[in-house]
Design a protein around this ligand. Structure first.
Ligand code: NAI
Ligand code: MG
Length: 490
């Protein structure tokens, strides 16, 4: 099968030890591909190729405008293949085809287009220093970049990582998640077709250990960009410390989604369903803590539960399906454990909490939309990331207390606020410690806006112009324009 090998130095190759692993379709547990597994030597080979391409290849000499053209070519090829890629994504992740074709693929195309335009707009500045000097800064690529991504948006995360790094002039070694390696390899194939010079992009599927760890601790990697769990993010930072790599982290969340008493429920109800159940809740920004004002609690919850019950679970390849399986048996097990924890903690399960009974779904890792009410904000189910279709509902009346509760987790990735009062919305937006605030909307993550977390949700901001800071070094250049400037020792 084309593209199921490692992509190193412009070629598809077997892993050094001949190791392989299986990628599974979460909808039925069937193996859909056998994929070469990168281990330490393979990562080393890929890093060396990236290093050589960065130091000696055509890449560093190419104009930023030409790099932009290459990115545009990648965007065009993704666009051409979007149907096939959406299908592959759905089969590898289990996300409904409706999601992969209407959300993921359009965002991937737009991401490459956006950074194609960005490539020749990364600029330094001239600085009015005292004295007869001209002082200016250059933005230079940071070097070889290791990128480790998760399984919830495999192709989109690959695009988020690759496009800005390439625009900056870096070279890349990308390790997709072991659950979902396929579309990143397809992207490698597209890079090959677009004639990205050998070594500039390398894609090495494999496990966290050894492949991810080998990449994060490799002495010739200048920067690591990671998206995944907070626990692994901390390890990545430790590994990066060995040679003081630049490290950016996009980690977990337990984001508050807040419905105030003056909210327009026609907007807030469907918006809050989207906030938590999109991609079966396997979204880092998922609105997994639903705070509902007591004045509208009953009317909101009645409608929310009716909406949640109506969500169509099924085969993700079916266009009608709204909720697919979870990505893996492990993820399903993790969610099931949290259901038990919630019940032990005294929260009340009012919807779901189990796998669907339908025999057609028995082989997949499906889980029903699940709602816990009577939740205290200090419970584990209200503090820890579950990463499944599970929402915990917390009732509130006082806004000061709401802010305290909303800010009470280790996370700070996102928040939603539903209200028709602009002052209340903006005061809350300022009070909540999170990198992304949505007012009367949710889960909108355009490539043009920065994305990232406060606190243990991460370090750095991806996307928008801000991401270019992660992939460039600032070099200050100072020129003396006068005469007789330095006479210290004479
Ligand atoms: P993970 O953090 O273990 O995996 C993410 C990536 O890191 C994968 O590519 C994995 O191979 C790699 N990795 C794992 N261990 C590593 C290590 N020691 N060194 C270098 N790379 C390593 O996440 P996992 O286990 O798949 O999911 C566990 C939980 O993490 C989820 O239930 C969810 O709560 C959270 N998560 C958050 C994501 C986000 O978008 N913020 C995405 C995926 C998971
Ligand atoms: Mg893991």
């Amino acid at each position: 099968m084309v593209g199921r090998k490692l992509f190193i130095n412009g070629e598809f190759v077997d892993s050094n030890e001949g190791a392989t692993f299986e990628s599974i379709n979460p909808a039925n547990g069937e193996v859909i591909a056998r994929v070469a597994e990168a281990r330490e030597e393979d990562i080393d080979r890929a890093v060396q190729a990236a290093r050589k391409a960065f130091e000696e290849g055509p890449w560093p000499k190419m104009s930023a405008t030409d790099r932009g053209r290459l990115l545009r070519r990648i965007a065009d090829l993704v666009l051409e293949r979007r149907k096939e890629l959406a299908r592959l994504e759905t089969m590898d992740v289990g996300k409904p085809l409706r999601d992969s074709s209407k959300v993921d693929l359009p965002l991937v195309v737009d991401c490459f287009q956006y950074f194609a335009g960005m490539a020749d707009k990364v600029m330094g500045e001239t600085i009015p220093v005292p004295g007869k000097f001209l002082d200016f800064t250059l933005r230079e690529p940071v070097g070889v970049v290791g990128q480790i991504i998760p399984w919830n948006y495999p192709l989109l995360m690959a695009a988020w990582k690759m496009a800005p790094a390439l625009a900056a002039g870096c070279t890349v070694v990308l390790k997709p998640a072991e659950q979902t390696p396929i579309t990143a390899l397809e992207l490698a194939k597209i890079c090959q077709e677009a004639e990205v010079p050998p070594g500039v992009v390398n894609v090495c599927p494999g496990f966290g250990e050894p492949a991810g760890a080998a990449l994060a601790s490799h002495p010739h990697v200048d920067k690591v960009a990671f998206t995944g769990s907070t626990a692994v993010g901390k390890l990545i930072m430790e590994m990066g410390a060995k040679n003081l790599k630049r490290v950016s982290l996009e980690l977990g969340g337990k984001s508050p989604n807040i419905v105030l008493d003056d909210a327009d429920l026609d907007e807030a109800v469907p918006g809050s369903l989207f906030a938590i159940f999109l991609n079966s809740g396997q979204v880092c920004a998922a609105g997994s803590r639903l705070f509902v004002h007591e004045k509208i609690y009953d009317s909101f919850m009645d409608r929310f539960l009716v909406g949640a019950k109506k969500i169509k679970i099924g085969d993700p390849l079916d266009r009608e399906t709204q909720l697919g399986p979870l990505v893996s048996a492990e993820q399903l097990e993790k969610v099931e454990i949290y259901i038990q924890i919630g019940q032990e903690e005294g929260a009340k399960l009012v919807l779901g909490g189990k796998r669907p009974d339908h025999p057609a779904l028995a082989k997949g890792f499906y889980f029903e939309p699940t709602v816990f009410v009577d939740v205290d904000y200090r419970m584990r189910i209200a503090q820890e990331e579950i990463f499944g279709p599970v929402v915990v509902v917390i009732r509130f009346s006082d806004e000061e207390e709401l802010i305290r509760m909303a800010n009470s987790t280790i996370y700070g990735l996102a928040a939603g606020i539903w209200t028709t009062n602009v002052k209340r919305a903006l005061n809350l937006a300022k009070a909540i410690k999170a990198g992304n605030i949505w007012i009367n909307t949710y889960n909108m993550i355009p490539n043009q806006a920065p994305f990232g977390g406060f606190k243990e949700s991460g370090v750095g901001r991806e996307m928008s112009r801000h991401v270019m800071d992660l992939y460039t070094e600032v070099k200050n250049v100072m020129v003396y324009l006068g005469k007789g400037g330095v006479r210290w020792f004479s």
